[in-house]
Structures are given as C-alpha cells and as structure tokens.
Design a protein around this ligand. Structure first.
Ligand SMILES: *Cc1c(COP(=O)(O)O)cnc(C)c1O
Length: 874
C-alpha cells in the first residue's frame, strides 16, 4: 500500500434550503426504497445525477450543487412536490394501521435480531436470503404498524462485491463504507456524546461499540459498530465484515450482536422514552446470546430490585423469546469450541451467571452430539419457549433435525412450528406492474388480498407488460455483460456482440442465488449438448440469465461459477446464456420481473424456504422448481412446474442425472412449447424465434400468469408472514412474558421451582400397567372403551402431569397414524405414589385401531407439553 492514508474521514452533509428542507428527512427514512413517489421525486430533481449516484437519495443530496439546490428551492413545483412527499411520509409514520386495531394488550414493542439486514443496495449489510428476509420483515412490520425494533451489526465493508477474472474465477473486493454517508443516525446521549455499548472481554479487554439507527419507515433498526477509536485493533475489527473470519472473531461478533444488542435496546428505550420490548425474536443461532444478557439482567441486583436465580431468570426470559431456525443444513449452524465459550464467560461478560449453566445451554448432550462443541441453534431452542421453521416442509425437517433435544418424542411432537416466509410486495413488484395495477384498480390493490383483479386485465395488456419487463432486463443484462467482459480484459472492439446478446422475444429463464453446493448452480450443465440444443432450438429457443455469489471461502462454489461461466463464454451460445457478476438487490429488482420462468433446483429438502421464486411470482414469472421450501406447499399445478425429485437413497450422481434429465424434459416438452405455442401457429414458420403476430397470444401461458398473481400474490406477501408472526408467536410470547413478570415474578419463581422438582423426580415416574375395559370381541364404530393407566408418579402429584392416550390407525410395524389425543382425566389413588388414570374413548373409525399411553409434565406456564423434553411412555 503506497501513499498516505486518511486516518480520519468524514462526510459533510449538505445543508438543504428550508423550502425543500424535508428532502433530508425523505432521504434518511428508508421508506423511499419501496415508496415509488418518493423515489420519483428525487429522480425529478436531476435525472442524470440520479443515475450517477445509483438511485441513492442521500448521495444525491451530497452531490448536488449549492446553486442547483437554491434553484430548486425557488421552483414552486419542486417545493410543492417536496411538501406533498413530506406530508405522505408523516401520515405513513403516524396513522393507525393494522396493528393498532389489535387492542391495547398487543405487545408494546418487539425486538427483532438478525446478523444481516437487506433493505436496499444503498445499505449493503446482507449476503443472501436471511438478510433480504429480515429487511422485508422490517418493511412489512412498518406497513402493518407493528412496533418492531430491529437489532443488528454495522459492517464496515458489508458483503463483498463480486467480479470475475479472465479465467472466470470469482474475485472479491470489500469497499469500505463510511457510516456518515449512509442513511444512518448516531444514537447519542442527551448531552450529545455517542452512546457507547461496552462488553468486557477476557484478559481485561473491553469491546466498545457505537449504535447507529436506520429508519425503516416506522421501524427503527439499531446497528452496533465496533469501529471506535478507543477500541484496540482487534476490537475495532469485530464488525469489519459480514460473517468474516472464524473463531474468536466470529464469537465476538455474535456476543456483540446478542448481548450488545440488548444493551443497545436498553439505551434506546432510555433515550427515547419508548417502551421496552416485550418479545425478543432471534433469527438463526447467531443472536442467541441475547438470552444470556437478559438472564444476566434478571440476576443482577443493580438492575432489578429482587434478583432472580438462574433457573428463574431462564424461565422468565424463555417466556418472551421466539427462535426462528432458517437452515435445514447442519453445516449451516454455528458451533464454537466449548472451551472458547468458557474462556469468554470466565471474566466479567455475564457476572453472576454460572458458566456451567451457559455451557449446558449449548451442549449437544444427545445421541450423535459432540461433547466438545457449543451449538448456537441448540442454545437458541433452549432459550426460547416458542420456535419455528420458515416453510411447512422446513418445519418437518427442523423437527427431525433437532429431535435429539426431545428424546422419546415422535418427531411430529417436537415443539417447532413453521411460519412460511414472504416477500415485501412494494419492494419487489416492478414499478411498471405496480403502475398498471394502480391505474386499473387504485392505489392499494397490491397491499390487500385483491390480487384476483388481475383477471380483469386483458391478455394483450399482460403480454405487453411481460415483454416490457423482459426488454428492460435484456438491456440491463447487456450493460452488465459488457462491463464484466471489460473487467475480464476484453477491448471494446471485441464486444460488439454484446449489443445483440439476449433477445427480448425469447423465453427467458432466471437463476440467481448464493452458490452453496446444495443449490446446484451447475445442474443445468449436466448434459451440455442437451442444454445447447435447448438454447439454440430453431422454433422454441430459451435464454438463461444467471447470477450469484459464492462464499469467499468456498472453492467448490467458485469452481461451479467458473464451469458455468466457461460454458457461457462459448461464442456459439453466449448470446443465449449469460452470467452477471455481483448479484445484489439492485440487480434482483430488474431480474425477477424480467424473467418468464424462475428456475430453482436445490437438493431437496435443503432449501429452508427460498424467497426469490416468490419475488418472481409477484411479477408474473412462473416458477420451475424442485418441490422444496415454499414451492412444496404452494405449487398447485397451474402456477408453474414441479421438477420431480429422485428417490431418497439414490446416490448424489444418480440424483443429478435423474433431476437434470427431468429438467431438460420439462423445458423441452412443456415450458417452451407453451410459451411459444399459440405464437408458432401464428408466425409463418420464419427462421429464428417466433414473433407475436396479430392476436396470437399464448393464452395458456397468460392464464398461468394471471393464476400465479391471483393465488400466490397474497400467499407469498410478507404482510401475511408478519401478521402470522404477530398472532401465532409474538402475542402469545408477550402474554407469557407478562404472566412471568407479574407480582414480582411470582409465577416465574413458582414455575422454575416446579420445573426443577419435575426434572429431579421424572426418573422415578413410570407407567406400570395399561389396559382397556369394555372392548367387545368384534369392536364397532361408536363403541366406547375405557382406557386405564396405572402410573407410579414417584415424588410427583397427579396435578403435575398429563396422562394421555394417543389413538388412531395402526400400520404394519405398529406405528400410529391419523393420531388423536385424549387426556385420561379420571384419577384415583392406589397408594404409595401410585395412581390410576382413566378416560372413555369412542372408537371413531374402522380398520386397524390402536392406542398408546404417555405421560407428560403439565403446568399452566408451559406453551407446549413437550417443551421440557420430558416424556414417559408405556
Ligand atoms: C431474494 C434474494 C435472495 C434470496 O434468494 P433465495 O431464493 O432465498 O436463495 C438473495 N439475494 C438477493 C439479492 C435477493 O433479492
């Protein structure tokens, strides 16, 4: 490195004249990123400059000249436009919305923790699906009026920018961000000094952090930033980049996110007078230490008047915590050496909280677990009374994946539910589509359930819009392709072909996502000759636009990108298949709407949910996907195509062979003919792709577009997702939290003591005998039998347990299906701790019928009878 480096940098913010002073506020509230009129307003100030600053309002205000600003301030039309935008923002921020109709006992505030947030390309603090989802969650919460507060880290370099070398190897750069030039506000004490979060590290070191606030509509997002002068170099670097490094660095990031995040929330509430969060929602294991910080608070005599014991603090914290797991890939879960956790907590990080208890929370003390490892997801599940996966299938997979924590339970009974992800419609619907919808049906049609209005749009209008979106994508892709080739060393003279790369009338297939191996970027290359034939088909050609970043440490992913790009470099096909470097939100917003088909071919069931296909769907693209993630529950035969999956147990190679062959087959015999179908008969057999002529519209395809918009629109919207979180998880968690806090934590203390007793006594409990009484020789539907279970409760009482009979159909190997549960609530004492439990069971179906008896702990403070992981079966 040569030349002098600035050791201090700052950005001078423009002083905007008073007449148009609201522009500053409009530029810092990120509502502009999904509110088209606000974006249009900034664009109208200077369209050329708007493109130069890459559609970043704050950069626009920094770049615009003083003279220009004065001229704008003197223009009544501009002044009126700014005033109108400011009025609209104020109304949006203050008016009652959906949540305000829920009543006064809805949670006063909810904290949402995530290691990444993808809100706009202007704030590149995301790497992929998890971040985009978190951004969409915040935006939809804002739209619904949910009092959410986001908590994350501010990375100096965010995620890397991707380019390609001449030989198609991924190159990474990490441009540094200057927080002063981002839409952020530093959180300050009343005296103006920055709020400082402080975490004591081992060896007497301290990790300090600033807190920045981003305004996502109505939702504040707090981002902790360790790049402060008082930190030593290592501490300064803790938030250097997203998922950077490993070991200590990663652990320090997660401690700052979880524990520092709670401290930041406390400072925010103190300084703004806003209510403390009643619910803590932690996304993936990364933020799990928030639970330790809350336990620390509850055990600390300087924070609470009557400090709780560890067990009580754990119970109180769990009641109001929601944990969402986002990956079905065990390798995707954070694990640290146990010794590292021990080392960090040996000091003053969580004084008063026993280190052995912390270690126990992350221990893999189940079959197949590793005793030397501290597992963040396992801790997340133990610290949260409510947990969920992110699609129905992912719920099933998660219940299986974490079944070790619930030994003795059927997988179906593992207490992890699911809330299917969604996407923020105003962010991801193309402006052209939004405008068409607004013109025809009024402003709010895409915010409500009324997507079925699309059936009132003519086929010709739909098809014209699709072509417009495809054309915009082709133009954007050509520009990116040219730029990429120049980076790879090509001269302009060699690049004339890029002007004609891709064709706005050819069936366009999109594939863009991160490049871990399970997503199988290169499945389409399995049979290169077959792919080539599809691309170059004389009547039904397809074109494919591909993008995605590989994790910097993942050479297998980079090799896949290289293989793919080298295929696309072939002059014979390079006009029909392109790889666009640096997939990000900006690219995505043109890519999803412009594709006719969105391709997704992960190894089932490794895609937790996937959201890019949802973003394509709300723009009228049809999905062509393996039955994984959200598609497994929302594919209905008319909204796209399902790529069949090979049987479980097939080797990986065979799977790829079978599934790629199925993909080619679908493209060739279903997808392409349907796209061109009606057109081919209308076009007079001209060479090259068939052109629409007359009214030869592909009516079946267009009906699939309408069906997709009408049915998937409401189902995949993040509004649906956030309202589900509120009703199914946040509200019950807040209620449980309130019950736990009431009367000086009276119920918590009782529950914690009870839990301890039940855990200690459970080993002494056993079912001695089960029988049924009154069963006839040839039982018939409607007959009643009495089920009786004699249970030795050891030191427990009948009130402590629920004795249940599970009954239903019996399979060949005695397993029950279509199971129902009946509680044996008749109790009689048999002496010496033994009790008989009884209930009358009505046989309600024919065929093989069976039942089994189980005993579970029972307490009003439990959200689920499986939550303690205790069960006894006959
Ligand atoms: C939607 C989106 C993702 C996530 O896509 P998946 O289908 O969940 O893999 C990643 N990156 C960007 C830029 C996105 O817009």
């Amino acid at each position: 490195m040569t030349g002098m480096k600035a050791n201090r940098r700052f950005t001078v913010r423009t002083v905007v004249p008073e007449e148009i002073g609201a522009l500053s506020r409009l530029a810092t509230n990120l509502r502009w990123s999904w509110h088209l009129p606000t974006r249009r307003l900034f664009e109208s100030l200077d369209p050329k400059l708007w493109d130069e600053v890459r559609h970043d309002p704050l950069a626009m205000l920094a770049a615009i000249t003083r003279e220009q600003l004065l001229a704008l301030a003197a223009d009544p039309a501009v002044v009126a436009g700014v005033a109108e935008a400011a009025r609209s923002l104020d109304q949006y921020l203050n008016e009652p919305r959906w949540y305000q109709g829920l009543g006064t006992d809805a949670p006063a505030a909810i904290a949402y923790f995530s290691p990444e947030f993808g809100i706009t390309e202007v704030l590149p603090q995301y790497s992929g699906g998890l971040g985009i989802l978190a951004g969409d969650h915040l935006k939809s919460a804002s739209d619904l009026g949910v009092p959410l507060i986001g908590v994350g880290l501010l990375y100096q370099a965010g995620y890397f920018k991707q380019s390609l070398s001449k030989d198609a190897w991924q190159q990474e750069t990490y441009p540094l961000l200057d927080p002063d030039s981002l839409p952020l506000t530093l959180l300050r004490e009343d005296d103006g000094t920055p709020v400082r979060i402080s975490l004591p590290l081992p060896d007497g070191r301290v990790l300090l952090a600033n807190v920045w606030r981003a305004d996502v509509g109505r939702v504040p997002l707090l981002l902790l930033d360790s790049n402060v002068a008082e930190n030593d170099d290592a501490a300064r670097g803790v938030t250097d980049r997203l998922y950077g490094g490993g070991g200590d660095h990663r652990l320090a990031q997660e401690l700052l996110l979880g524990m520092g995040g709670v401290k930041a929330l406390r400072a925010y509430a103190r300084l703004t007078g806003t209510p403390a969060p009643e619910v803590f929602h932690t996304n993936e294991g990364h933020a799990g230490f928030l639970g330790i910080e809350r336990i620390r608070e509850l055990m600390d005599a300087s924070v609470t008047e009557r400090p709780l014991s560890f067990g009580e603090a754990l119970a109180a914290g769990r009641a109001s915590t929601v944990f969402t797991t986002h990956t079905p890939v065990p390798a995707g879960i954070d694990r640290f050496p146990r010794s590292m956790i021990e080392h960090f907590f040996a000091g003053e990080l969580a004084p008063g909280v026993p280190v052995a208890e912390i270690l126990a929370l992350g221990a893999e003390n189940y079959d197949g677990g590793n005793p030397d490892v501290f597992n963040m997801a396992v801790m997340g599940l133990r610290l949260a009374q409510r947990a969920n996966g992110v699609a129905k299938l992912h719920g099933v997979v998660s219940r299986e994946m974490f079944a070790g924590l619930w030994q003795g339970f059927d997988h179906d009974d593992v207490p992890i539910t699911s809330v299917t992800n969604g996407v923020h419609v105003p962010t991801w619907v193309d402006p052209a589509l939004a405008e068409l919808a607004r013109e025809k049906f009024g402003a709010d049609v895409l915010n409500g359930p009324d997507w079925s209005k699309v059936y009132d749009v003519s086929d010709a209008d739909v098809w014209a819009l699709r072509r417009r979106l495809r054309t915009a994508l082709v133009e954007d892709a050509r520009a990116r392709l040219r730029a990429s080739w120049k980076k790879r060393g090509a001269a302009d003279a060699q690049l004339a072909w890029t002007d004609a790369a891709l064709d706005p009338d050819v069936l366009t297939i999109g594939f863009a996502r991160r490049v871990p191996t399970y997503k199988r970027l290169t499945l389409m290359l399995r049979d290169p000759a077959r792919l080539k034939a599809l691309l170059l088909h004389p009547e039904h050609p397809i074109q494919i636009i591909i993008a995605g970043k590989s994790h910097p440490a993942d050479d297998a992913g980079k090799k896949m990108i290289q293989d793919l790009v080298q295929f696309t470099d072939d002059p014979e096909v390079r006009h029909r298949i392109v790889f666009l470097p640096n997939y990000d939100i900006a690219m995505a917003r043109t890519l999803f709407p412009g594709c006719d088909v969105w391709l997704n071919n992960p190894l089932r069931p490794l895609e937790a949910c996937g959201t890019s296909g949802m973003k394509a769907a709300i723009n009228g693209s049809l999905n062509l996907s393996v039955m994984d993630g959200w598609w497994d529950e929302l594919y209905d035969g008319e909204n796209g195509w399902a790529i069949p999956t090979a049987n479980q147990g097939t080797s990986e190679k065979e799977r790829d062979d079978i599934e790629s062959a199925a993909l080619y087959e679908l493209l060739e015999t279903q997808v392409a003919p349907r796209f061109y179908g009606d057109l081919v008969s209308a076009g007079a057999g001209a060479a090259g792709p068939s052109q629409p002529s007359g009214d030869g519209l592909p009516s079946h395809w267009i009906s699939m577009i309408k069906h997709t918009l009408a049915h998937l629109g409401p189902a995949v919207s993040a509004g649906r997702m956030v309202s589900e979180y509120v009703q199914r998880l946040y509200q019950p968690a807040a209620e449980a939290g309130r019950a736990a806090r009431a009367d000086g934590y009276a119920a918590t203390k009782e529950f914690a003591a009870w839990t301890e007793k039940v855990r200690a006594e459970w080993g002494g409990l056993h079912i001695e005998h089960v029988d049924s009484h009154g069963i006839s020789d040839e039982p018939q539907i409607g007959e009643t039998i009495q089920v009786r279970a004699n249970v030795n409760l050891g030191g427990l009482s009948p009130d402590d347990v629920s004795v249940q009979v599970a009954y239903g159909r019996v399979g060949d190997s005695d397993e029950l299906s279509d199971t129902r549960i009946l509680t044996l609530d008749g109790v009689s004492e048999l002496g010496e701790g033994r009790f008989q439990f009884t209930a009358d069971l009505v046989i309600d179906r024919s065929g093989s019928f069976g039942y089994g008896v189980k005993v579970l702990p029972r307490h009003a403070a439990m959200a689920n009878s499986a939550e303690l992981g205790l069960i006894a079966t006959a």
